[in-house]
Design a protein around this ligand. Structure first.
Ligand code: GDP
Length: 525
């Protein structure tokens, strides 16, 4: 590709994730988008992933889940002249640090909220990571075909709980059984609701934002209520401000129903008007790498191991930041300086796993890996060595004490732990007083996978003792006195040797702060 072609290719890319609490409708909306993209997909393929009863100890089940989730980790398709990459943020049982790290590789996010439930805990956590990155966030208030909360109430909640301004792009005309349509402020029209999953009718609005009086809807009191509410919002609501959208300080809000495909396509089209192209990425030397820079660069944001012992390969997911990726190209792995040829790569098309030939900034490629890569690694081609900024460390909330079952097998136990921790599968802490190993994770499944892989790949059977939820707080080593540790605030070291306390609960933390008012405790993300 020459410079002009590269620029045109980059300009088309839109890379985003959909964040939500389980059951808000992320899968349903994703499938609708794939349909708009003309992606031939068996109905329910995305859904198959999260099927049914998940027995925690059933390795086959884990394998199946993880096997399938490789293909749905990234879904690429073309729509409306854009090439879209949707990155899946694993939820439910496989909610983990991977879910957080995926957000490091996107340029914007869609937040799906169940309009009957409002903000739920998982949405809040994921939102905070998007906010920290300062990326644009678009909100879809889903399930309008059911009775939900008042639209104003939902907007207020987003503003108060998440601390972001809102701008309603449309407004529901009724809801549940009384749903009549959407008053589309942005496109200046009314989208009529059809009970079936297809068919769209748009009615234009006049200069005053009103429907033609001959339309029956104008006689409905609900329509007049909507006009009143719109007037109120025009006066008292936030202004549409593109700069604030770009900086992640204002979220455009769309109402709709993913299941009945109502308002979804309008949402996608409008979203794509504002969703940013691939971003610049900063290196540790404060250099800005532009997506249209000639030399190829990228970073590893996720590593997924194959659970099948017969295929002990892993896939390193690389977000391309600049240049052109060609299969078979030579790159350098910054951390080791080692040169490697990328023969074995995969790109994630929405319907199949295909071998990728070329890809550009914004795209994700999967590299088959035999243990060379670590999360956060930078790869680059050409003479100019770059190293992207460190990925943030996410604070686990679940903890387990771990031991080798067979004390004679300490060597494989240590080797396994070391490698799995490097891969980012779990986090490791060491108790100050006893030297015990403590594992930390964001989701329960991480422990199950850890145990399984220790046994399968390192032939090390482990015993794990749950310690439950804890709050991790780092302490300045200068202020540390080992006597501060107790059973309610266990003192441990992280991977980097930095000290922190694992507090039993918020009460224990407050108690500690009252006892040692001068000690500064810090939370990581
Ligand atoms: P996810 O967990 O966020 O991926 O949620 P799903 O997309 O799997 O949806 C969870 C449940 O809500 C499923 O039973 C969907 O059929 C249902 N659902 C999704 N969108 C809508 C909607 O717009 N209206 C209604 N009534 N149900 C919906």
């Amino acid at each position: 590709m020459n410079t002009t072609e590269l620029k045109a290719a980059v300009d088309k890319r839109r890379t985003f994730a959909i964040i939500s609490h389980p059951d808000a409708g992320k899968t349903t909306i994703t499938e609708q988008m794939l349909l708009f993209g003309g992606v031939v997909r068996q109905a329910g393929t995305v859904k198959a992933r999260k099927s049914g009863n998940f027995a925690k100890s059933d390795w086959m089940e884990i394998e199946k889940k993880r096997g399938i989730s490789v293909t749905s980790s990234v879904m690429q398709f073309d729509y409306d002249g854009k090439r879209i990459n949707i990155l899946d943020t694993p939820g439910h049982e496989d909610f983990s640090e991977d879910t957080y790290r995926t957000l490091m590789a996107v340029d914007s996010a869609i937040m799906v909220i169940d309009s009957a439930k409002g903000i739920e805990p998982q949405t809040k956590k994921l939102f905070q990571i998007c906010k920290m990155r300062g990326i644009p966030i678009f909100t879809f208030m889903n399930k309008l075909d059911r009775d939900g909360r008042e639209p104003l109430d939902l907007l207020n909640e987003v503003e108060e709980v998440l601390g972001i301004e809102t701008y309603p792009m449309n407004w529901p005309i009724g809801m549940g059984k009384g749903l009549k349509g959407l008053y589309d402020r942005y496109n200046h029209r009314v989208e009529l609701y059809h009970n079936e999953a297809h068919g769209e009718t748009f009615l234009p609005l006049d200069d005053e934002g009103k429907l033609d009086p001959s339309n029956d809807l104008t006689k409905d009191s609900i329509y007049r209520d909507v006009l009143d509410e719109m007037e109120l919002i025009e006066e008292a609501g936030n202004d549409f401000n593109e700069a604030k959208i770009t900086s992640g300080d204002l979220t455009p809000v769309f109402f709709g129903s993913a299941l009945t495909n109502f308002g979804v396509e309008t949402f996608l089209k409008t979203y794509l008007n504002y969703a940013p192209k691939p971003n610049v990425h900063k290196t540790r030397d404060d250099e800005l790498i532009k997506p249209t820079d000639d030399e190829f660069t990228g970073f590893v944001f996720k590593i997924q191991a194959n659970m099948n012992p017969n295929h002990r390969d892993r896939i390193a997911f690389v977000r391309i930041c600049s240049g052109e990726f060609d299969r078979g190209m030579d790159v350098y792995l910054q951390r080791t300086g080692k040169k490697m040829r990328l023969n074995n790569s995969t790109q994630f098309m929405a319907d199949t796993r295909e071998t990728v030939e070329t890809a550009v900034a914004g795209d994700i490629v999967g590299l088959y890996d035999t243990g060379n890569f670590q999360i956060g690694d930078t790869i680059y081609a050409g003479k100019h060595a770059v190293q992207f900024e460190k990925l943030p460390q996410f604070t686990p909330e679940l903890f387990m004490r771990v031991n080798a079952k067979n004390v004679m097998k300490q060597k494989s136990f240590h080797k396994g732990i070391e490698q799995l921790v490097q891969e980012g599968a779990v986090q490791l802490y060491t108790s100050y007083s006893t030297g015990d190993y403590i594992l930390g994770a964001v989701g329960q499944l991480q422990f199950e996978v850890f145990k399984f892989r220790m046994q399968n790949e390192y032939n090390s059977e482990v015993v794990m003792e749950p310690m439950g939820n804890k709050t991790a707080r780092w302490i300045d080593p200068e202020q540390l006195d080992e006597k501060m540790s107790s059973s309610r605030n266990l003192l441990v070291k992280d991977r980097n040797g930095e000290p922190l306390f694992l507090f039993e609960n918020a009460f224990a933390e407050r108690w500690f702060q009252e006892k040692y008012p001068d000690v500064k405790l810090t939370a990581k993300l």
